[in-house]
Every structure is written in structure tokens, then in C-alpha cells.
Design a protein around this ligand. Structure first.
Ligand SMILES: [Zn+2]
Length: 157
């Protein structure tokens, strides 16, 4: 179920932008955004993604690279479980994946409770925020409208 889940998470971010396409590859070294799976996180997190790093590929084209870490279980003491890891449901994991894809694209946390990138940590799981909000979309649009030299480190958090 994990491959379709990741495809759906990326599709959420591509849907508002007809020109944005994600190409899925089988070799991690060929990917600009890699997804790595964990049993559960030891720290208090349900997902993690690095903000993109700008680099020049072998053809001299500027590209972004990032890594997303997703856990299939909530760790003990995380609020979803007390003593042992508890598997996330498909929709919980999908919501986490969508949030982490936002970070991998360069978005930090927003101030809107209805945003995928909202400040509520993973509160979006209980609020059923499953689509990019108008604020998420506008932030991504503005981020990628910035001059290239400012996009070298697009994340502020
Ligand atoms: Zn986050």
C-alpha cells in the first residue's frame, strides 16, 4: 500500500499546478526526493523531511534534492499509543506523507489550522485536512516565484 500512498501524497501537491509533474523512479540515487521508511521514530515525530538543497546535476541544470522519512507506526508515548508502536491507518499515514512532501518541496509550517502545513504539529490527522489549502498553494506559488538565489535555502523552519 505504500507506493500508491506516496504517489497520492505527491498528487495532492501537483493537483493545483498543471505544470507541476512528479516522475517516479525505481532507483533512490535517481530521485530528487527520496522516501525512506522507518518502523517508528524514536524521537517525537511521525514523519520528517529535509528542506530541499539546491545542486547542479551532471548536465549543469539546477535541481533540488530532499529526503522524506515516514514511519509506519506511531511510537510509544506519542499520544496514539502508550506502550508499543501502533500502526498508522492508511489515511493517517497519507496525511503525514502529504505534510512531509510539503516540507520536501520547501514549505515550512504555516499559521492556518486548515493547512496541510499548519502549526498544529500532526493535529491535521484529527481535523481531516487532506488537501492543500489555498494558503498552502499560495505559499508554494510564491516560494517558486522567488529569484533563484533566494531559493537556495527556501525553508525558514
Ligand atoms: Zn512539519
Amino acid at each position: 500500500m505504500y507506493v500508491p500512498l506516496v504517489h497520492e501524497a505527491f498528487a495532492t501537491w501537483a493537483a493545483p499546478f498543471p505544470a507541476l509533474r512528479f516522475k517516479f523512479v525505481d532507483r533512490p540515487e535517481a530521485a530528487d526526493i527520496r522516501v525512506q521508511w522507518e518502523h517508528y521514530f524514536k524521537e517525537n515525530a511521525w514523519g520528517l523531511a529535509y528542506c530541499p538543497i539546491l545542486y547542479k546535476d551532471s548536465k549543469g541544470k539546477m535541481r533540488h534534492r530532499s529526503i522524506i522519512y515516514l514511519a509506519v507506526n506511531a511510537q510509544p508515548g506519542s499520544g496514539m499509543s502508550v506502550h508499543e508502536p501502533v500502526p498508522f491507518s492508511y489515511y493517517e499515514l497519507l496525511a503525514i506523507a502529504k505534510h512531509e512532501v510539503g516540507h520536501a518541496l520547501g514549505l515550512g509550517h504555516s499559521k492556518g489550522d486548515g493547512d496541510l502545513m499548519g502549526p498544529q504539529g500532526y493535529g491535521y490527522l484529527s481535523k481531516s485536512v487532506f488537501q492543500a489549502s489555498p494558503r498552502d498553494i499560495q505559499t508554494l506559488l510564491r516560494l517558486y516565484s522567488l529569484p533563484r538565489k533566494l531559493k537556495r535555502n527556501p525553508c525558514t523552519t
